[in-house]
Write a protein that binds this ligand. Structure first.
Ligand code: GLN
Length: 187
């Protein structure tokens, strides 16, 4: 049985765990230490505050191990703050993993008050529209290398994939729809 990690330094890791527990045949665990990271076959980096998660990745020493695992092919999915942490380029200077060929703008839709929901079809992921929740979400300004755009909303890139790295600006763990979780488990 595959072990799926959810990085649990800060942010919406509990909601991802709840979603994963609804999917049969996997073993979801929280990841806070290098030992826990070593046990997982895949990892989700949740939404939250990317500056805080980035600092904690450095102070715990997890950053180096995590980069090595990702670069050696472990599937990883960043939601919102997690997407920011994966990006090679961010509009702000802050600690991050810098593994995925995307350029990202933080808080691109404005403050918490500008949070919104929409429905959008992502044919690679599901044959029905996906409910998307955006909370102080980033935008992917551009992609390069082998990165593929999976979805755009109002002309802005909101989901992308590079090999086994998946990035979504929205929060599937805050909805009942498990299609993005299931897609990630198939990567
Ligand atoms: N704005 C947050 C950041 O920059 C991300 C928000 C979220 O994950 N919902 O880290």
């Amino acid at each position: 049985m595959e072990t799926i990690g959810v990085l649990a330094l800060q942010g919406s890791f509990a909601e991802h765990m709840q979603a994963l527990r609804k999917i049969a045949g996997i073993n979801p665990i929280l990841v806070k230490t290098a030992d826990e990271l070593a046990r997982v076959d895949r990892l989700i980096i949740p939404g939250g505050e990317s500056t805080t998660i980035g600092k904690l990745l450095n102070t715990t020493g997890l950053s180096i191990n995590l980069c090595k695992r990702i670069l050696s092919g472990m599937p990883v999915w960043g939601t919102c703050a997690g997407l920011i942490l994966l990006a090679k380029k961010i509009d702000d200077e802050q600690p991050h993993l810098a593994v995925m060929d995307i350029c990202v703008k933080r808080n691109a839709y404005g403050s918490q008050l500008a949070s919104f929901e929409c429905q959008k079809l992502i044919p690679e992921i599901s044959n029905t529209p996906i409910n998307m929740v955006f909370i102080r979400a980033p935008q992917i300004i551009s992609v390069s290398g082998t990165t593929k755009i999976l979805a755009e909303y109002e002309g802005k890139i909101i989901a992308a994939q590079q090999n086994r790295m998946l990035a979504t600006a929205f929060h599937p763990e805050l909805t009942a729809d498990l299609s993005v979780h299931n897609y990630f488990l198939r990567l």
